[in-house]
Structures are given as C-alpha cells and as structure tokens.
Design a protein around this ligand. Structure first.
Ligand code: AMP
Length: 192
C-alpha cells in the first residue's frame, strides 16, 4: 500500500499517518520529522534547513528530495509506505513521480484531511503548549497556514488529474477520523 497524507498544519496528518503505518504494516515517512532530526544532529542538511523550519517556510525541494526519495523507493519494495508532509509542492510531486516511475513505487491514494481553519489554529496552539515545537508560535502558525494554501494545495491538481485524491473529514475526534481514513484505503488491498 502506497499512500500520501496531505493536510494543512494542525489537521492531524502525523497522528493519522502513524496509525495507518501500524494498522497496515507500512513505513511511516515524515519529512518534517526527518528534518527535525537532521537539525537536532547538526548535519549539513540540518544546518541548511534550520532557519526554514523556524520560520515555517518550506525547505528547498532538492534538499528534501535527496533526503527522502531513497527511503520511499526502499519502503515501496519492502511492502509500502505512508508519506506525511512530502511531496509538499507541485515541483516535489513531479520530481517524486519521475523518480518513482516504472519502479512500482508510485502513489496509489492521496488522503486529504479537511479541517476548519478555526479548529486548526486551536489545535496548533494546544500543540505549542504540549510539544514546544518552535514553529507552533502564533505568528508562525498564520504563516504556515498561508504556505499550505499557496504552495501545497495547488499540488493536489496533479493528483486529482490522476484520479487518486480521497478527501476525508478531519474535524471530528481522532478515532473517528482514523476509521474514515481506514475505510477509504482498505479497498486498495483486498482482504485487509
Ligand atoms: P511538518 O512536520 O510536516 O509540519 O513540517 C515541519 C516543517 O518542516 C515545515 O514547516 C517545513 O519547514 C519543513 N518541511 C517538512 N516537509 C517538507 C517538504 N516536503 N518540503 C519542504 N519543507 C518541508
């Protein structure tokens, strides 16, 4: 099973991706988490990415592609993946498609979690209090919501044209969102 979770910040894509990974035994690949680890370890990639993470801007496409794509191809061979936060721009989506083409690593479904903006802000502020993520500061939250609309949402057109977008209502309690997501994807693999 090869999935992508797309959602604005605060919609719960990380949580739902983790649950899909556990439920279907597929690898959870979170570009944000990988980048935070690079920053914490002080690697060259981490030093390039740190300022962007802090401000809520997107890290350069080629930095993310090089960091993630080998993992995606390996996970596809090992039984599947759920991508969380990558691809995040049209350019990344096109590059990932070229990279994976012909190798049976391409996406089967793109789950788009839909959550009201007011609820997104509420969840992000709550997460700022509990997880202390630098990019959950109030000013940065607004910027990240804008970056999603300007740079990530347009990418969905590509997946729509391939007929693989599956919108899911992400406003409710975590467990009901998981049930709705599982319902959408379980048809991809008969018998699960
Ligand atoms: P996330 O954990 O998905 O909310 O990502 C946190 C931050 O990591 C984002 O605000 C970006 O600065 C960076 N990031 C994560 N994934 C990507 C990506 N695919 N392309 C560019 N920047 C990314």
């Amino acid at each position: 099973m090869r999935l992508l979770m797309v959602a604005p910040p605060g919609a719960g894509k990380g949580t739902q991706a983790q649950r899909l990974s556990a439920r279907f035994g597929i690898e959870h690949i979170s570009s944000g988490e990988l980048l935070r680890r690079e920053v914490a370890a002080g690697t060259a990639t981490g030093r390039r990415a740190a300022g962007y993470l802090r401000s809520g801007d997107l890290v350069a496409d080629e930095v993310v592609l090089v960091m993630v794509m080998d993992k995606v191809v390996a996970a596809a061979r090992a039984g599947g993946y759920v991508l969380d936060g990558f691809p995040r721009t049209l350019a990344q989506a096109e590059a990932a498609y070229r990279w994976a083409a012909g190798g049976d690593a391409e996406l089967q479904a793109v789950i788009v979690l839909q959550v009201e903006e007011k609820e997104l802000r509420r969840r992000l502020l709550a997460r700022a209090r509990s997880e202390h993520r630098a990019d959950d500061a109030p000013g940065t939250i607004e910027h990240r919501l804008h970056v999603y609309e300007a740079q990530t949402r347009p990418m969905l057109r590509l997946y729509s044209s391939r007929g693989i977008v599956r919108p899911v209502d992400g406003d409710g309690p975590v467990d009901s969102v998981t049930a709705a997501v599982v319902d959408v994807v379980k048809d991809l693999v008969p018998g699960r």
